[in-house]
Design a protein around this ligand. Sequence first.
Ligand code: PMP
Length: 406
Amino acid sequence: AATPDWARIRADFPLLQRQVHGKPLVYLDNANTGQKPAGVIEAVDAFYRRHNANVSRAVHALGTEATEAYEASRAALARFIGTRGDEVVLCSGTTFAINLVAYSWALPRLKAGDVILVSRMEHHANIVPWQLVAERTGASVRVAEITPDGALDLDALQRAMTPEVKLLAVAHVSNVLGTVNPVREICREARRRGIVTVVDGSQAVPHMAVDVASIGCDFYAFTGHKMCGPTGTGVLWGRREHLLAMPPFLGGGEMIREVSFDGTVFNDPPHRFEAGTPNIAGFAGLRAAVDYLQGIGLDAIQAREAELLAHLTSVLDAAGGVRIIGRAPHKAAVVSFLVEGAHAHDLATLLDLEGVAVRSGQHCAHPLLQFYGVAATCRASVAFYNSHDEIDAFAAALHKVRRLLG
Ligand code: PMP
């Protein structure tokens, strides 16, 4: 395939043209949320201008169009991750998706003595729901530790998979370290032991081709806003046999077949888990995002981001006095770092005045930062639409800011 024209692709993102504080924007906070290409913005706009109606309720033309747009988005998302539409629950994001597994799969099943295994590098969205389940069932949460370079300790993980473990929650890619975990091998080991696996794909789906069947997990969650889509959209993929066995987590319209005060018959999955009016316009936009990413090609995106990551890592290494947290051999383009003598928040604040957007803080991963004994990091996270020039601009801004801080 021909190499994509990255400058032309970058021009698809209107927001990247703007300035902040009188400087050209250098947006390096993509792990937090991604920017949107014009096609996605236009798809949301077109939905409201021409097709707006509720889904699955009205027989009129607009109702049919809205339902078709929503279901076409489900089908596109299913194809995107190599699965079928009836295994794809549309929801508001990863947080909702993981809570759905926690409340509908785990809560009715787990009991005192059971163990939920959670990796050290999880986002709070893949920790706190399990703590809530543990509290209510008497199960406990066990931590799968990492190595100092920020990889999962696979030997320790295997040893931790004792017979009490009923569920394993693990990120495909860490939002702090950038580590790409070998989820396929991990899920195979878990499956051999009858452990159900929940993979948090928030930071993977935007950056690499993901095929849930080849990963071999039981559940896979991701969020639309990090993959060029609108906020308030996301997906839970679950094996059909699990979804069929799960009671609903929220009750309301759309999720039922029949309601009477003697009892209610629930709809089939995935609709059983989609109570209430969904983010229809958002899913119209997310479908456009899927088309957009596939138009470029996930392999091309991954290769582009690997080059940008190498560049970003080398400018930080060359700067001196910079500690990168997370040096696992297999990484996505997320770099957490500390600068000698400078607080992460001060750095991020001064970088912002230079037009550079990075995140500072704990990145919703307190246990991970506790492991490294640091209160906060700065995090620069790259997307395919970033440029090598922007990484040089970031390096120059960092140099200037450090001089200011003395
Ligand atoms: N997991 C990971 C690894 C994430 O990076 C994020 C977003 N920062 C989430 C979960 C939560 O996603 P959302 O806020 O869209 O539900």
